[in-house]
Design a protein around this ligand. Sequence first.
Ligand code: GMT
Length: 377
Amino acid sequence: MRIGMVCYPTYGGSGVLATELGQALARKGHSVHFISYALPMRLDRYQDNIFYHEVETPAYPLFEFNQYTLSLAGKIIDVAKYENLEVLHVHYAIPHAVSGYLAKEIMQGSNPLSLITTLHGTDITLVGLEPNFHPIIKFALERSDVVTAVSGFLQEKTRQNFNPETPITVIPNFVDTDLYKRVECTQLQKQLHIDDEFVLMHVSNFRPVKRVQDCVRILEEVRKTVPAKLVFVGDGPERSDAERLVRELGLWDHVKFLGKQSALPEILSIADIFLLPSQSESFGLSALEAMSCEVPVIATNIGGVPEVVGHGECGYIAELGDVQRMARYCVELLTTPKKLAAFRANARKRAVQQYDIDLIVPMYEEVYRRSLEERVR
Ligand code: GMT
């Protein structure tokens, strides 16, 4: 199939998922055309059947704001026409589903396109609820040929918040478990001066919803009982405040900020526990990637997270902001080697058995195929 893939290129789960999906489809022989305003973060090397088309937004003195929604629609039309796209798969509804709808309507007659919209999270739970956006998003969902959501939670939220006529299919996020597996990483441990300490880790885009400061407070509590370090991976608006808190609490020698990194399997391999204290999380892809590397997860009872992290099996779930409980769970695991080992094995098993790339990518192919058949009919 010839597929257009629209996503955000930045450090964030929806772009990561779209890129991994596109790469997997390309390996299976499909032609995949990424369309975005910058090269998606994980699209960092040449691969057969992958093409990238950059959206340019023209500046004009009259425009105080750029016209990305229109520029994207225009680029989709261009790529669809000249690359003969059959399927357009947009990730994150705002504004991608709207641009996709516009392009599809304009192409009708000459190059019919199937529009697949995948909902990822705040497009439904937060930004899409903005009164001015709500009717537009509902309209775009109803005009999509297929709408998918990354968790049962998000499917239900979409029903509650938008009640679209189009059914919503759950296709969970996935991980390449061949790539995301525990590897030897003594060099990195040496580099980070990790001796006989446990390692807590958090990977995110440091947006306020991630509550990165909770990770710091968890470390503070944990260190009262066991020696531990906290490794932060990623960057974003909350990083400076987190650094400040680390200094205020006198934890600077025990916290490492690695910034944005691409060698995640290696980095995750040094972790004993992954922390995800978010206040909003429709799935928690970073937690799944950690689980695939045999890292148990301690997270909040939020959104789709409990679907991914089996409480008392691959990790623990606590109430939002309950730093004390999350710290207690950490200590319990770190001081019970048998339990830690069992949780590690369970985490890996769950990733392999329920969320492996080879199980999930065919679900998207099936959705594309069905929508093309329906178009013909
Ligand atoms: O919805 C967002 O905030 C953006 C999006 C992203 O690009 O990071 O994150 C969402 O999509 C991920 C991939 O499906 C999920 O793993 C995240 O849980 C989800 N984030 C939220 O719901 C806050």
